[in-house]
Design a protein around this ligand. Structure first.
Ligand SMILES: [Fe+2]
Length: 311
């Protein structure tokens, strides 16, 4: 089944104005916005939908409000959509909407949906780095930074992390019913999984823990510089850092997590590992050393014109 990963996350939240500000401050482009909420997208057209918690068009909440109401996966073609419908309808309700969206639920009762992807080729600036001994990553006289840097934009929706009541049951559902592969696991938490339509280390991570709903979600940014710079600007706008910046070991992605109005954390992510089916999954217990290669802390800007930097 050629599932590419999440194309849209649909949120039901109480403060749609705070949601709007957060989406824009994060770098997403406004597709539509009104008193009802809004739709926001990354460079490839993946994105998030924000609606009021009470919106009758939303699917029922499966966790405390506010929060994620639906994960809409993009699939490669109609044949995949039909295969998913045939598979899931064996033991659960599957609803096909007039717009082609196929709605169902996963093993935890969370709403999942599938549609033929609307992802576009990414129209973003070339991202290159210069490494000694290797061909230049950037052209001659192309500077990586400028004083007036353009806004940083997320490239594509990367992954969503969900709490699960039963990590084995949930992993089996995504593997056996939807063709996801487990790439790595934290043995005491749960699996990192990727569907067959992407090589990304994970588009879904499951954490067995008492809370219900979403732990965090993130889009991919171009690289470490963009995660650090965008996160730095996000901090200056008053968003509270939850964890980071740092670099994970499983997946190798740079990360920086912040509190959000979406009922879970929002992350800035870049440079995730890619894998094919020859990869042998690792399974390690979660620990501070296993979960990150390094961890840094935000500081205000400083220049060597007087006293020492303030931390
Ligand atoms: Fe993440």
């Amino acid at each position: 089944m050629k599932i590419l990963g999440p194309d849209f996350l649909v949120f039901g939240i109480d403060d749609v104005d705070a949601g709007h500000r957060c989406a824009v401050d994060y770098g997403l482009k406004v597709v539509e916005k009104g008193a009802h909420g809004g739709t926001y997208e990354a460079l490839d057209g993946t994105g998030i939908v924000i609606r009021r918690s009470s919106d009758p068009g939303l699917l029922p909440a499966t966790a405390a409000k506010p929060g994620l109401r639906e994960t809409r996966y993009g699939v490669a073609d109609k044949a995949t959509l039909q295969a998913i419908g045939a598979e899931l309808s064996k033991d659960r309700d599957v609803k096909e909407l007039a717009n082609g969206l196929l709605q169902s639920t996963d093993a935890d009762g969370y709403h999942i949906a599938f549609e033929v992807t609307g992802r576009r080729p990414i129209d973003g600036p070339w991202y290159g780095i210069n490494v000694p001994g290797q061909p230049p990553g950037r052209g001659m006289n192309v500077t990586a930074t400028t004083i007036d840097e353009p806004d940083i934009r997320p490239y594509t929706l990367s992954h969503v992390v969900m709490f699960t009541r039963d990590k084995v049951k949930s992993e089996n559902f995504y593997a056996a019913r939807l063709g996801f592969r487990t790439v790595d696991s934290f043995s005491n938490l749960g699996p990192f999984m990727r569907p067959q339509g992407t090589h990304d280390h994970h588009t879904l991570f499951l954490i067995q823990a008492p809370p219900r709903g979403m732990e965090h979600f993130t889009f991919h940014f171009a690289g470490a510089n963009e995660v650090l710079k965008a996160g730095w600007e996000f901090s200056r706008k008053g968003y509270k850092s939850f964890w980071g910046p740092g670099r994970h070991i499983l997946g190798s992605n740079y990360f920086w997590y912040f509190n959000s109005p979406f009922g879970g954390n929002i992350e800035f992510d870049a440079d995730m590992d890619i894998h094919d089916d020859s990869w042998r999954p690792r399974s390690v217990p979660m620990s501070v050393d296993a979960s990150q290669s390094f961890l840094l802390q935000y500081a205000d800007k400083w220049a060597p014109t007087g006293g020492p930097p303030k931390h």
